[in-house]
Design a protein around this ligand. Structure first.
Ligand code: NAI
Length: 505
């Protein structure tokens, strides 16, 4: 795709697009609103050179880690496999960047769509070099077998590639994850000195980058859900205090926070795929100083994606959700870990907050704070027999016209990691892309996006935002935000769906 426009130019290896952003400033005057439309000029500059990308996963030997690595290798080497349904080809279904499309315009009256990945130059997932850590020493072929996610024949075909991959020893703070994980921990960096741990992880990153001749590395936490650390401004509040607390091996410094710090100190962006409060203010300051991004928290895969879609639809239709009751049962290691109350609490929190902004936006349905307090219940049960085939059962009760009730009962079954793996890939590819984009507002100096990469909120259950920016959870708004950003950077027109060119030529 090539954009021909006076507002877009290619300058060496930079694609520069000029964009007049239209917004509306609202002033409140008593109970009246005064709306003042305004236009702000932005320029977006995208480095079109595609780097050699390395990714280090924390929890590489887990269900997500093995499914992601194996799935990408299956695509890279076009590994086919048989099941009782026939012969299967690898694909990237479930990946926003690889398998969804973006409308770029109209040809006569036909709408034209291209793959998301083709709008701006992006890393090919098959070119990513993977590495990582796990507290369990199993090679990735055996770990994939243990995970029980991927069809047996595919496991066998991937074995020659995966058995050579063995996770690096990791840091293990038993107090932060469930006690039932103890029997997995046979690949652990010894000692209790957190500064030494930080330095070993930093060295691992530097060695990985150098040995694989990489342009950049991104770290992603897909290890067990930890309990929340007891956040304290004196411990976690600034970069300096955080590093001091690591130096004194403070008990409220979690393993995930050590990895986040190591990433920042090695100039790598860090993504938190679990719900806990890894990205404390001190980590954000370290990332800011290093000029890298942090993003979190918790992958938004099946149940929550659906929730933020259904509730957006109901509230958008003027229907009032009054209760959401979510049951999950799952039998994988994630479920086993979540069976401990402290880890469940982290998950409950991220699952519960995901509709708040959608409800708050509609003061017709929810005129008071009290009414916003709907019944939103989260239950998670560990049931080993279900394996990775997670069952999610949700009941939505909504109030309709004249006091009537509308109830939806939703039953969702699938291998959790087959949803998570393509989403993790998107997080990595988009994070890498955003490292190559700069913007300028009203002809100011070009600068990078904010340190907390809330552009990725479509992929996160409890999206972390830069301070002062409200979080958007509504799924279609999150997707539109990502799609429009990519289009604007490429010099394409943002679609407002009026379709006037089709209606009136
Ligand atoms: P898993 O339990 O199969 O894998 C986690 C891996 O992390 C295990 O291999 C474990 O040995 C390792 N680990 C634990 N502590 C570690 C440490 N300190 N350093 C290095 N490795 C460590 O879990 P799964 O299913 O892969 O999920 C991973 C995370 O992603 C969990 O926190 C889960 O809640 C989160 N998540 C998963 C979703 C999914 O759809 N699969 C959706 C949303 C979040």
């Amino acid at each position: 795709m090539k954009v021909q426009s006076t507002t877009t130019q290619q300058d060496n290896h930079f694609l520069i697009s000029d964009y007049d952003y239209k917004s509306t400033n609202i002033e409140k005057n008593g109970d009246k609103y005064i709306a003042k439309p305004q236009i702000t000029n932005f320029k977006f500059k995208t480095d079109t050179r595609i780097p050699k990308l390395g990714v280090m996963l924390v929890g590489w030997g887990g269900n997500n880690g093995t499914t992601l690595t194996g799935g990408i290798l299956a695509n890279k080497f076009n590994v086919t496999w048989n099941s009782r349904r026939g012969t299967h080809q690898p694909n990237f279904y479930g990946s926003l960047t690889q398998s969804s499309v973006i409308k770029i315009g109209t040809c006569n009256t036909e709408e034209v769509f291209v793959p998301f990945k083709d709008v701006l130059p992006m890393v090919n997932p098959c070119d990513i070099v993977f590495g990582g850590w796990d507290i369990n020493s199993m090679n990735l072929a055996d770990a994939m077998n243990r995970a029980q996610v991927v069809e047996y024949d595919l496991q066998q075909k991937l074995r020659p590639y995966l058995e050579k991959l063995v996770p690096l020893p990791s840091i293990y703070y038993p107090d932060f994850i469930a006690a039932n994980q103890g029997d997995r921990a046979d690949n652990v960096i010894p000692g209790n000195n957190k500064l030494e741990h930080l330095n070993i992880i930093r060295k691992n990153i530097a060695d990985f980058k150098q040995q694989n001749n990489l342009d950049k590395v991104i770290l992603l936490w897909t290890a067990n859900t930890e309990r929340f650390c007891v956040e304290d401004p004196n411990i976690h509040g600034t970069a300096e205090k955080l590093l001091k607390s690591i130096e004194s091996s403070h008990p409220e410094i979690s393993a995930s926070t050590i990895f986040a710090c190591a990433a920042c100190l090695e100039g790598c962006s860090f993504i938190n795929g679990s719900p806990q409060n890894t990205i404390v203010p001190g980590v954000i300051e370290l990332a800011e100083k290093a000029g890298v991004f942090v993003a979190g928290d918790d992958f938004k895969t099946g149940q929550t994606k659906f929730k933020t879609c259904l509730v957006e639809y109901l509230v958008g239709a003027g229907i009032k959700p009054k209760a959401i009751i979510s049951y999950n049962h799952l039998g994988n290691n994630d479920g086993k870990n979540l069976s401990q109350e402290s880890c469940f609490k982290s998950k409950e929190r991220s699952k519960k907050t995901c509709v708040d902004d959608i409800l708050e936006s509609n003061k017709v349905l929810y005129p008071t704070e009290e009414e916003l307090n709907i019944d939103h219940t989260i239950v998670i049960k560990y049931c080993p027999e279900t394996g990775d085939s997670k069952k999610a059962m949700d009941e939505y009760i909504a109030e309709i016209f004249l006091g009537g009730r509308q109830t939806f009962a939703v039953y969702n079954v699938c291998e959790d990691s087959l949803l998570a793996a393509p989403l993790i890939m998107d997080l990595l590819l988009l994070c890498e892309l955003f490292e190559r984009i700069q913007f300028s507002k009203d002809s100011s100096e070009f600068q990078r996006f904010d340190t907390v990469l809330s552009w990725l909120s479509y992929l996160m259950k409890a999206p972390k935002s830069e301070s002062g920016i409200t979080t958007i959870n509504a799924l279609s708004r999150q997707r539109a935000m990502l799609e429009n950003l990519v289009k604007v950077c490429a010099g394409l027109t943002v679609d407002d769906n009026l379709r006037l060119e089709v209606r009136y030529g």
